[in-house]
Design a protein around this ligand. Structure first.
Ligand code: GCU
Length: 503
């Protein structure tokens, strides 16, 4: 149960080589350090537990019988991302799919299509080919709009484009996706892409130029009913349908990039998404390789999901100490994120605030200056004060920026009932949510919330026998799929918000 260390995988497979074809191994994720051997030869390794990676095996794979061996080691290290301490289970190994992929010798390696910044009727983006030794013609087609554009790549196989398009914009209420066909030479890639604008104005978040309030919930990538890492889209769908039932238009995929199908499902179901890299609690801020690792995980998350309309926020960190080395580390990460994707908003979940007058707390974390949207984790009524104390507490910040309360909550064992002042009863958790909602109604810069969290999840830090049994019990739904009283408190509040301000 608590094993951490290397696990080994081995498989024989037969393969038929063809001319003008290149072959890659695609790993959707491997937690945490993977080493890959093909036919006895090491072909590469990858660090980072939640992002995809590919290894070219064109010259290694044989015509006929092949033997692949993979070692994955989930042992935690102080210089890793995350480091030694997390409040989630360190599920190790090949946690997502592994595919052998054949592509033409010149193929579409990546592409980015979104609305041009500040426009609702101009599509801008780029296509990147791999293997092209001279300029190639690339066509971008959106059949439903009768659009077909051709561009020519430069010497590096890169082509940028911008063209007018009369679009139905994507939104949670109407998650319109267009079939997009990108073709070049002998390859055609089909995609489903939605188009929307996202920006801030003062303390508001604007979706398609209308203020939107993010009725959210946080969730881990934990399988409902059986526990463990999610391995199927059905399990993704169960969680996102529960979020919809709660009345959400927003999900915070904590604390690491979830599987790709979860984000594609959010695109189709109309849920706005906060995605996050696991720069969690305290990590080796002064260590150069740690920064490079965090940048690589951020790059691979953005590269995988930058065509998903549902994704509006990239989050750089969770509950990190406001010391200079950390703020410098995250400033670098913020600049890097913007260099990769200037169309989305940057945020982080912070939890250090200052007293600012009687019953008033201010979020002045220096990290806030590098963010578009402030995330605040606070646990009034659980880790501090009593639930009813929340009614009188006010929150402010030294930034004129939208604020998302990215975590609040309380533990409860499904089916444990008692006086509302008895911790871990459903009644206590419901009371915390009632008083938190009273408090958050008073926060003028509040643009959204993603309470902690949708479903109970496994954690080595939660050992209380008969209460936690190595589960964090802050779920509004138990790991057995049973709704607690607090689920209905939040559902009622979100229903009221949705009726009063549908956007
Ligand atoms: C922290 C942290 C979560 C953790 C939660 C809790 O805010 O961000 O990862 O699970 O609080 O203590 O339950």
């Amino acid at each position: 149960m608590f094993y951490e260390g290397p696990v080994w995988y081995q498989r024989y497979f037969s393969y038929h080589k063809r001319a003008q074809v290149r072959t890659f191994l695609h790993f959707a994720a491997a937690n945490y350090l993977a080493r890959v051997y093909l036919n006895g030869e090491k072909i590469g390794e990858h660090e980072g537990g939640f992002t995809p990676f590919v290894l070219e095996v064109t010259s290694n794979v044989r015509d006929g019988q092949n033997n692949i061996v993979v070692e994955v080691n989930n042992v935690r290290r102080p210089d890793a991302v995350p480091a030694l301490s997390t409040d989630w289970w360190n599920y190790g190994g090949l946690t997502r799919s592994v595919d052998l992929v054949d592509v033409p010798d010149v193929f579409v390696q990546d592409y980015f299509l979104q609305l041009a910044k500040g426009s609702a009727d101009q599509i801008a983006g780029w296509v990147q080919l791999d293997g092209a030794s001279q300029p190639q013609t690339v066509s971008i087609e959106i059949p439903e709009l009768g659009l077909k554009k051709s561009v020519s790549t430069d010497a590096n196989g890169h082509a940028e484009f911008r063209f007018p398009a009369k679009l139905t914009l994507w939104s949670p209420e109407a998650p319109k996706l267009y079939r997009v066909v990108i073709s070049s030479g002998r390859e055609t890639v089909e995609e489903q892409i939605g188009f929307r604008t996202i920006e801030t104005r003062g303390t508001q978040i604007l979706l398609n130029w209308k203020p939107v309030f993010l009725r959210g919930i946080s969730l881990h990538e934990e399988a409902p009913f059986r526990g463990g890492r999610i391995v199927s889209e059905d399990e993704d769908r169960t969680l996102l349908e529960w979020a919809k039932e709660l009345g959400c238009n927003f999900v915070r995929l904590a604390h690491y990039p979830h599987n790709e199908a979860m984000v594609r499902l959010a695109d189709r179901m109309g849920l706005l998404v906060w995605e996050e890299v696991p720069v969690y609690w305290d990590i080796a801020w002064q260590n150069r390789s740690t920064l490079e690792n965090a940048k690589a995980q951020l790059r691979d998350t953005i590269t995988r999901d930058h065509d998903r309309a549902s994704v509006i926020l990239w989050s750089l960190s969770n509950e990190t100490p406001p010391v200079p080395a950390r703020t410098e580390f995250l400033r670098t990460l913020a600049d890097y994120a913007r260099s990769l994707d200037s169309t989305r908003l940057l945020t982080s979940a912070m939890n250090h605030t200052q007293p600012a007058g009687p019953n008033t707390r201010s979020l002045d974390d220096p990290l806030g200056q590098y963010l578009d949207v402030l995330g605040l984790n606070e646990y009034v009524g659980w880790y501090e004060r009593r639930p009813e104390d929340a009614d009188a507490i006010r929150w402010t910040s030294s930034y004129q920026k939208p604020l998302i309360v990215s975590e609040f909550g309380a533990g409860a064992v499904y089916g444990k009932h008692g006086e509302a002042q008895t911790r871990f009863t459903e009644e206590y958790q419901a009371r915390v949510f009632e008083h938190q909602i009273n408090m958050l109604r008073q926060v003028p810069s509040l643009a959204g919330m993603s309470p902690w969290l949708l479903m109970d999840f496994r954690s080595p830090r939660r050992p209380l026998v008969g209460i936690q049994d190595f589960h964090n019990r802050k779920g509004l739904i138990s790991d057995g799929g049973r709704r607690k009283q607090a689920f209905y408190v939040l559902q009622r509040f979100y229903g009221e918000l949705a009726n009063s301000n549908p956007h």
